[in-house]
Design a protein around this ligand. Structure first.
Ligand code: PLP
Length: 432
């Protein structure tokens, strides 16, 4: 039952990787339907999109069938459900599963500690506070990220200071970030956007030169590597989100801080737990929050973590199919390729096209869900315009990305056949 269902899914994904995905659409449908897998509705994975269209395809026999391809598809299988039920017999808050998940996540990332939190935003805000960052400090980061990256800085009382992204990439430019460092700068937050590692060697140099702390926003990059080191283990702290559309989830919101520093870990453990002193129930040496990860979520996270590498490998392989299919298509810019020694984990498969609306509309009218991450860069969001007086033109590279990025479906159980259908539709839309 449960184990065989899990094994079926693991075997399916592993075979996809080994075979380079030679199975047909028909095989996929048959095999997939045997898994005891609950997959989320698109509305659970993408805040903004809820298209009701379906994909109508010609099968080999000539009959038509409908199939919708979502942008993301989290996997919740029988083993995760069993783990959830078992966890209900533990302490519901800070039960054994929480500590085991933290231990296993730290081991996975190659850090001494992992401290779980209620969300990725909480992980960012708490790790900054654990590093002593607050009122009067400045933190340099990218305006081209999910808004939470900068919000977390404001939550600490510090001011986010933006620097634009690389000229030929999607991540914060080390050179542009360095130019924003002042005597008030206490930290830099590089974001490993879409699962592409940021240029951490350069940020480490900035940190050595200026003494600023480095907090990696790895909320989209579980398992990505730089020179054999996992993201989250390179800066002073790393922050992860387990929101359901991420490369791994806990069956709801959740987050994790990774660090190898004793004081930072101790402070983070206390801050996420009402500022409680270690081992005490009612002594609170800090002002903290109720920002813990629930025990049942940790139990799901433990199972998900064991699958993460296989899932990431499937994502990489799908990315290479996309690149092959769209490589020579005029009007399409492909995602950045890995720098030597890096290994991206393709949380999102993002192309660039000046004809975004046309492509998006055509795909969606054929049942393919797409996304835009992100249509408004953070500095142009209303509160940031109001608080800091930002306007159009402040960060041209980020603004240009906002105008032409388009996220195509990407999740481990997507097939090569589906990627081919999606890419054919992209090509057709550009010819219209
Ligand atoms: C880059 C980035 N930073 C921060 C966050 C915040 O994580 P959460 O939604 O878990 O609070 C996210 C998640 O969407 C993210 O993608």
């Amino acid at each position: 039952m449960t184990v065989s269902a899990r094994q079926s899914l693991d075997i399916f994904i592993s075979q996809k990787i080994q075979k380079g995905e030679t199975e047909t659409e028909k095989d996929y449908t048959r095999e997939y339907s045997t898994f005891q897998v609950r997959t989320a509705k698109p509305s659970m994975t993408e805040h903004a999109i809820s298209s009701k269209t379906t994909l109508v395809e010609e099968s080999k026999s000539g009959t038509k069938h409908s199939k919708r391809i979502p942008l993301a598809l989290p996997i919740i299988d029988e083993e995760m459900k069993t783990a959830t039920l078992a966890a209900l017999d533990e302490k519901l808050v800070m039960g054994e599963s929480v500590f085991k998940f933290e231990e296993e996540f730290a081991r996975y990332c190659g850090t001494k500690y992992a401290v779980s939190t209620s969300s990725g935003t909480a992980a960012l805000s708490i790790s900054l506070q654990a590093l002593g960052i607050g009122h009067g400090s400045q933190v340099v980061t990218t305006p081209f990220s999910f808004i939470a990256t900068a919000n977390a800085v404001l939550h600490t009382g510090a001011d986010p200071v933006f620097a634009d992204v690389e000229d030929f990439g999607v991540n914060l430019s080390p050179q542009k970030a360095r130019a924003k460092i002042t005597s008030k700068t206490r930290a830099v937050i590089p974001v490993h956007l879409y699962g592409h590692p940021a240029m951490m060697e350069d940020f480490l140099e900035i940190s050595r030169d200026s003494g600023v702390k480095l907090v990696e926003d790895a909320c989209q990059a579980h398992g990505a590597e730089i020179g054999g080191r996992r993201v989250g283990s390179i800066g002073d702290a790393g922050c992860f989100s387990f929101y359901p559309a991420k490369n791994m989830t806990v069956g709801g919101d959740g987050g994790m801080i990774t660090t190898s520093n004793d004081e930072t870990a101790a402070a983070a453990m206390s801050i996420r737990d009402c500022g409680r002193d270690k081992g005490s129930k009612y002594n609170h040496g800090r002002i903290g929050y109720t920002s813990r990860l629930n025990t049942v979520n940790a139990a799901i996270g433990r199972v998900q973590l064991r699958r993460l590498d296989v899932w990431n490998q499937a994502r990489r392989q799908l990315a290479s199919h996309y690149v092959r299919e769209l490589g020579n298509v005029e009007g399409v810019t492909l995602p950045p390729s890995d720098r030597p020694g890096d290994s991206a984990v393709y949380h999102l498969l993002v192309i660039r096209t000046r004809n975004r609306e046309k492509v998006k509309k055509h795909l969606e009218s054929n049942g393919i869900e797409t996304g835009v991450h992100y249509p408004v860069p953070i500095h142009l969001q209303v509160p940031y315009r109001q608080m800091f007086g930002y306007s159009e033109g402040a960060f041209p590279m980020s603004e240009s990305l906002s105008n032409d990025v388009l996220s195509l479906p990407m999740y481990p159980t997507l097939t090569e056949a589906e990627v081919a259908v999606i890419c054919d539709l992209v090509k057709a839309s550009l010819k219209q």
